[in-house]
Design a protein around this ligand. Sequence first.
Ligand code: C2E
Ligand code: CA
Ligand code: CA
Ligand code: CA
Length: 278
Amino acid sequence: SKSRRKGSHAVFDVTMHARAVSRLQIETELRRAVERDEFEVHYQPIVDLPTGKVHAFEALVRWRHPERGLVQPDDFLPIAEETGLILPIGQRMLDEVCRRVAAWQRDIGRPDLSVSLNISNRQFWHGGLVDDVARSLHDSGLTARSLSLEITEGVIMHNVGLARKLLKDLHGLGCRLHIDDFGTGYSSLEALHRLPIDALKIDRSFVSGLGVDPRSGELVRTIVLMGRNLGLDLIGEGIENAEQREHLLRLDCTYGQGYLLSRPVPAEPAAALVTRRH
Ligand code: C2E
Ligand code: CA
Ligand code: CA
Ligand code: CA
């Protein structure tokens, strides 16, 4: 693997060695965590900006470590991805999220509520995704259009031709497809419009520049116009203040997500947010 290759060039580098040990430790603990099912789902609302109503949730994985407490994705997903442990973790997320949202739709009386799930490179390309999604939908009774899959440009651009087939299959199930972190990759308009995409999530780096850097405003305006022309929904990510929200509204970005509206929260408080207005 890449890390082993790096390690062999730095056998005497104490820092590297320490890092390698902790990596191995995390991997060992991660395997145990999969066996013991130490993962939980937090939900961050995706809000309809004009009305303030919760439109959907993004599901975000958390690791409830027995000693270290709640571990954030950035601290274990890269290792999960490299080792393939993302597959059982992702499967668990998929099952849990489908069951939970099907229950919310019934209990809260919001059959239109949907949920977004992140799909990593390995999950997208491992060859079983379409079947896994179909099975989870079937077992939970969740309608496919209530499940959105978030995929980054980078994952798709790996092999656009093959990706198109896979995306078509997922879309064929009825799932919605969102391009995550949009604007950070290099995908061309041409490549995008031939894919069955439903929404663009405008990356936080652009949203955070709104009101500060005029170029951010221009970029967001361009992305919204382009998305509209393709008939896509637009979701602004990482809204941290009212000014950013106002900017997005003015630029005709309909949906938004960010700490201003709500941080990601466990299932119970998330359900309570649906009945409240922002
Ligand atoms: P992402 O998909 O871009 O998710 C958005 C990240 O931004 C989340 O971090 C969220 O908590 C954070 N965020 C939301 N609003 C704000 C804001 O206003 N300000 C700032 N500074 N941050 C905000 P999180 O939960 O730590 O997840 C990090 C990344 O890990 C995600 O980025 C996604 O790529 C990945 N990830 C998370 N959960 C899963 C999962 O279940 N499966 C897979 N494959 N990847 C996941
Ligand atoms: Ca995402
Ligand atoms: Ca994102
Ligand atoms: Ca991201």
